[in-house]
Design a protein around this ligand. Structure first.
Ligand code: CAA
Length: 258
């Protein structure tokens, strides 16, 4: 694993920590490679049911590395954006839920990274935004697309045009954050949510993620067809038999992810 990206797995929960504190966890090539490596490793581990993604120190991620980007040619910039987008899509498509523990600055590429996650829990010290217009550029790791999908085009355009950085309370109002908690409660709250998710039927949870991610951007008929297909597939699992039998027997279900 990269020196700046750490992966720990305990009790079915993966924790990915970006740790390049001297640059507020700014995303350079090595961190992008480390994130890719971490999520590929998580994908190979059948014990993992949920993942928490966070940053070490006072930032979640303060953006893509401006010092590295400063000399990019247009061709290099395109390759960088495409690489970041590919790795961010790998995170978004990771089959189990990913929770962003937004501990501080989530700016530019950091906000974009948080938006690849399924749920974002913020510390009340978090600050988020897409300040790329201050640098003469626009978001390159999906910000124009995912911000608009999360909060609607109008609110997203306001943030994207002005580069405004919002605090945790405003992020909550805009739907960027699911919850805001005290800094010392952040990891505990994320672990609590991850543990609840990990106790549910894993294939069913993955089906929910896929149905929402793949089904909600297109026509309703397409989303409903996908939901029916995934609902049907759940009935070919042992977990469906166990979950329904446990209800009938009035006992807790024991899911195997099969
Ligand atoms: N890239 C490279 N280095 C960064 C960085 C970034 N995105 N953000 C912070 N750093 C570095 C600083 O240069 C500084 O390093 P030095 O000590 O060597 O000077 C160190 O991290 C600490 O930062 P500050 O001294 O600036 O800390 P602060 O507490 O005064 O300010 C901050 C914090 C408001 C987050 C400020 O650092 C900041 O504005 N950072 C840039 C945020 C930004 O514009 N992000 C978007 C980047 S573009 C992008 O991400 C494009 C894309 O979509 C792919």
């Amino acid at each position: 694993m990269s020196d700046h990206v750490k992966l720990d797995i305990h009790d079915g929960i993966g924790i990915v920590t970006i740790d390049r504190q001297e640059a507020l966890n700014a995303l350079d090539d090595a961190i992008l490679a480390g994130l890719e490596e971490a999520f590929l490793a998580l994908g190979r581990d059948p014990s993992v049911r949920a993942v928490i993604l966070t940053g070490a120190g006072k930032a979640f991620v303060a953006g893509a590395d401006i010092k590295a980007m400063a000399r990019f040619t247009p061709v290099e910039a395109k390759a960088f954006a495409q690489r970041g987008q590919r790795i961010f899509t790998l995170i978004e498509d990771y089959p189990h839920p990913v929770i962003a523990a937004v501990n501080g600055y989530a700016l530019g590429g950091g906000c974009e990274l948080a938006m690849t996650c399924d749920i974002r829990i913020a510390s009340d010290r978090a600050k988020a935004g897409q300040p790329e217009v201050n640098l003469g550029v626009l978001p390159g790791f999906g910000g124009t697309q995912r911000l608009a999908r999360i909060m609607g085009r109008s609110a997203a355009k306001h943030l994207l045009f002005t580069g405004e950085v919002v605090g945790a309370a405003r992020g909550l109002e805009l739907g960027l954050f699911n919850e805001v908690v005290a800094p010392e409660a952040l990891m505990g709250r994320c672990m609590e949510i991850a543990a609840v998710i990990a106790s549910k039927a894993p294939l069913a949870v993955s089906g929910v993620k896929r149905a929402v991610n793949e089904g909600t951007d297109g026509p309703l008929a397409h989303g409903l067809a996908l939901e029916a297909e995934l609902f049907s597939r759940a009935f070919a699992t042992l977990d469906q038999k166990e979950g329904m039998q446990a209800f009938i027997d009035k006992r807790p279900a024991r899911f195997l992810g099969q």
